[in-house]
Design a protein around this ligand. Structure first.
Ligand code: ZN
Ligand code: ZN
Length: 372
């Protein structure tokens, strides 16, 4: 058991309080981040039903296929004494779930439950209105505990070590895919159990924010946007972007990059308790708009991060949610000139009691690597 696993019972108590407030009799959670958040169990997403039944007024029950029972028992969920009920191949697990909440009028299903399971739960609980569990769980998940912030800090340090290795890997004459394969290997070697994404956007490909990898050969003068992330053993995600240049980039690119660097720094400096998510977005955007590049910044400034790479809170115009200590999110403005090049700088930051703490420490300057 780690310090993080110890938080499960308290998280369940908070979820129960939230359910009562939301008028939900139960949360029904299939394998995914919500189930892991409440129990520490990283269940396999299978066609067979695994379902955590969190009841407002009774202890939770974990319903699992009999063949998954040992794995569930061996997970942090087993160590907390959570009741685990197995079902055999010929049983109807949906009817089994219904027996634990026979009188439910309203249930919350995890936001990413497969449609097949949603519909079968509707059939087994015809009297229960279905809604998403995120309404209850997202407010809990976005306020990170000290142990969660530490887990995110470790993920951030791990991805910083990968960026530190990129200058050795990036060369004129190599393809994005070759560089990306080496980066993926480094992500695993530097403290992640999985590689979640590797974006190597060279030259014009850098202008597509979610470009991944292509067979384009990187050439002299190319700016290269490298946005990478993975998941650590503790389950927390990293996500960091740095922009590199192979040889000397154009003067126009240099100008845009300097504006971007100031915009990212302005948004981070703006973060403190009480300011809204929208105002953090505005702090970055104003700098870019004033420099005349406003129409080249084509996405929101950031997203929350935790057990998922993208989760609440979203740093976007219109989100008037005030920041609170413990909220962790990316600050990642970008400037994208279609057909030419792009640039992005991304750090994960945490709102603290009186300001902000960055979880990525690599330098923000454009990283120049030799063309040969
Ligand atoms: Zn990213
Ligand atoms: Zn991101």
């Amino acid at each position: 058991m780690t310090e993080l696993d110890d938080e499960g019972p308290e998280r369940i108590r908070r979820a129960q309080a939230g359910m009562t407030e939301a008028g939900l009799d139960a949360l029904l959670l299939s394998p995914g981040p919500d189930l892991r958040y409440l129990t520490g169990y990283q269940a396999l997403p299978l066609e067979r039903l695994t379902c955590l039944v969190v009841r407002a007024d009774a202890d939770p029950v974990l319903v699992v296929p009999a063949l998954e029972r040992a794995a569930a028992q061996a997970s942090p969920a087993g160590a907390t004494g959570l009741e685990i009920v197995g079902w055999d191949e010929t049983d109807d697990p949906y009817e089994l779930v219904a027996t634990f909440v026979p009188d439910a009028h309203a249930v919350g299903l995890d936001n990413q439950m497969w449609a097949e399971k949603v519909l079968r739960l509707r059939a087994s609980l015809p009297g229960a209105r279905q809604q998403v569990a995120g309404a209850v769980l997202s407010p809990l998940r976005m306020r990170k505990s000290v142990a969660e912030v530490e887990a995110l800090r470790q993920a951030g340090a791990a991805i910083d070590r990968v960026h530190a290795r990129v200058p050795e890997l990036l060369r004129s004459g190599r393809t994005e895919r070759q560089v990306g394969a080496d980066i993926a290997e480094a992500i695993r070697a530097e403290g992640h159990v999985s590689v979640d994404f590797v974006i190597v956007g060279s030259g014009p490909n850098g202008a597509s924010p979610h470009h991944e990898l292509s067979d384009r050969v990187i050439g002299p003068g190319d700016p290269v946007v490298i946005d990478i992330g993975g998941t650590t053993l503790a389950g927390y995600c990293s996500d960091s972007t740095r922009t590199y240049a192979v040889g000397e980039p154009s003067a126009a690119f240099r100008t845009e990059y300097e504006v971007l660097r100031l915009a990212q720094a302005a948004a981070v400096a703006h973060v403190r308790p009480g300011v809204t998510c929208a105002s953090v977005d505005a702090a970055a955007r104003e700098v870019i708009v004033e420099a005349g590049f406003g129409e080249l910044f084509i996405h929101r400034t950031g997203h929350g991060i935790g057990l998922q790479t993208h989760e609440d809170p979203y740093i976007v115009e219109g989100n008037e949610l005030p920041l609170e200590p413990g909220m962790a999110f990316s600050v990642e403005p970008g400037i994208y000139r279609a057909g030419r090049h792009g640039a992005r700088i991304e750090d994960i930051v945490v709102c603290t009691q009186d300001g902000v703490m960055a979880l990525n420490q690599s330098d923000h300057d454009l990283v120049l690597v030799p063309a040969t």
